[in-house]
Structure formats: C-alpha cells, structure tokens
Design a protein around this ligand. Sequence first.
Ligand code: ATP
Ligand code: MG
Length: 321
Amino acid sequence: MIRLSGITPSGEMHLGNYLGAVRRWAAESGPEDLYFVSNLHAMTTHHEPATLRRLTRHQLAVMIAAGVPGDAVFVQSDLINEHMALTWLLECTCTFGEARRMVQFKEKSDGRESVRLGLLTYPVLMASDILLHGAAEVPVGNDQNQHVELARTLARRFNANYGDAFVVPRGVLPETAARVRDLTVPEKKMSKSASDVGGIIYVLDEPDTIRRKLRRAVTDGMADVRYAPDEQPGVANLLEIVAACTDTSPTAVADGIDSYRDLKEAAAEAVIAELGPVRERALDLLAGGGELDKIRSAGAERARDRSRDRLANALHLAGVD
Ligand code: ATP
Ligand code: MG
C-alpha cells in the first residue's frame, strides 16, 4: 500500500509543517511510501524563479534532515514529463464544471479573470501526482480533501471509460496531528504564506531567533498557566508546542509551570532541542558536497521507474501511445 504526501515550496519550512507533517512522515513511513516537494504547485500564483529553485532544495534538505528516508523522496519537476503527460489525460477526463467548483479555486480566484489558468487546473495536477505514483492513501488536511475526492472521481472515470489504469485513492485525515498556531496571531495556524515572520518559527532559525520569537509570543492577561484552547489560545499553543516537542500532553506541561515567562523559556528550550539536530543536518546538506543532489537524482530515478508502466498503460488505454 502506497501513501503519498507532499509539501509545496511556497516558503521555508516552519515548526507547523515539521510537527504536523514532516516529523510524522519520518516516523511513520512505510517501505513503499513517497514524499515529494511539489514545486510545480508553487507556480499557480506569482512566483520568483530563483526563490522557487532555492526553496525546492531547502524543502528537500529539511525533509531528509528530519529523517524522511532518502529513497522515499523526489522533486515533482524532476518527473515533469511524466506528470504533465498524465495531467493532460486527466484534464481530458475532468470537466470544466468540476474544476470550477473547487472551493480553493473559488476562494483564491475570488471571481477575477486575471488569475493564472494553473490555479484552476492545479487540482488535476494533484490528481496526476496521486494517480501516477499509484497512491492508495493520501494524508491531507480538511482543506485538501475535496481535491483528493476529485482524484478519486477521475481515477474511477478513467478506469470505466478506457480500462483499468489507476488505483482509486482515498484521503485520510491524520489522527490529531499537532496544529501549530501563529505566535503573534494565535487564532490563525502557522503558515508559510503569512506575512509577519515574527509569528513563525522556521526549522532553520538560529536558537537566539527562536528564543526571541517565543519571548514575544502573544499570550493574554490572565496570568494563569492552564490548558484552555478556547479562552487562552496563545498559552494553549505554547503548551502544545512543548508537549509535541517533549512527547507529553499539554495538560501535563501546564502542571509543571507557573508563569508565562517560564512557559516561554520552556518552549524555547524544547523547540531548540527538537530542531537543533535537524537544522544542523539540513545546513550540512545545503552547504554542498553533492550529497543532496545525489539523493535527489536517485529519488527521481526510482520514482520514474516505479511509475513507468502505469503511465505507459494509461497512454495506451487512451489511444495515445
Ligand atoms: P501555505 O501557507 O503555502 O499553504 P502551509 O504552511 O500551510 O503553506 P502546506 O504546504 O500547505 O504548508 O502544508 C504542508 C504540510 O504541513 C501539510 O501536511 C499541512 O497539513 C502541514 N501543516 C501546515 N501548516 C501547519 C500547522 N500550522 N500545523 C500543523 N501542520 C501544518
Ligand atoms: Mg497550506
């Protein structure tokens, strides 16, 4: 059974991506699973070519540094021909109405005609990621579930129209992954695309930066360290961060701490201890020596080998071989 997950290089990897996704990939990865940097997905809105290239390497390096097996990773554009070939087959399987109904498209396009066409078709590219690699399970958050449903629909329709080509995938909600919130706006989740970097802890932040950001984290005027996510979202976020980094529960963390100052101090130490080794390894990989490039090209080769027959069969069934 193949599970497939990806991360879009729309910004640098932050603590939320790490605790909520990448650390789990490293811990739970099965022998056939695949994890990829979805750099083609970062082009649906304005992007800077040099930045995208840099962030693609960055995401790959952090994934490997976090312990995601090197033989389970690849970069989407390293298989651009394969992904594009299948995207076309699936665009010719998907209707305009289905694409237009995607909630994310409606939200992000907001009725404007000037949006990139790729914003409309990107769920089809996502379906091609899933179907090309034969994924049976796709762990996604609620916001992406509609896209996995579309991939299901397209797999079924293609199989019914032309013959058995694809595994019909299903989305799985990861069971209670840590949802890390923005340090300065604790009502919002920590996000790569947020504008104020003061609220975001990046995996590659230096220890002093992490201390400073946590010291400035928004709390409340209650001066009461207890785990009450609705009434005290800022404090709850810090408790959850410590708990996730030290493998305990937020309530247990709250029991041992009396002041917000101590809580922020504990959070800083826990985060620095958790991210330190990942940061060092990632910086080593990024500094050169060719190791990262080797892992990247071997990963692309493996992913291409594993998907070759599936793509050839689909092209054949559609009558375009
Ligand atoms: P963007 O703002 O560009 O959407 P993002 O930070 O939301 O970026 P994604 O690339 O959308 O990151 O998501 C990558 C993975 O990280 C997904 O599995 C997602 O569920 C997880 N993730 C993102 N933000 C958080 C967060 N704050 N807490 C926990 N998990 C998160
Ligand atoms: Mg997101």
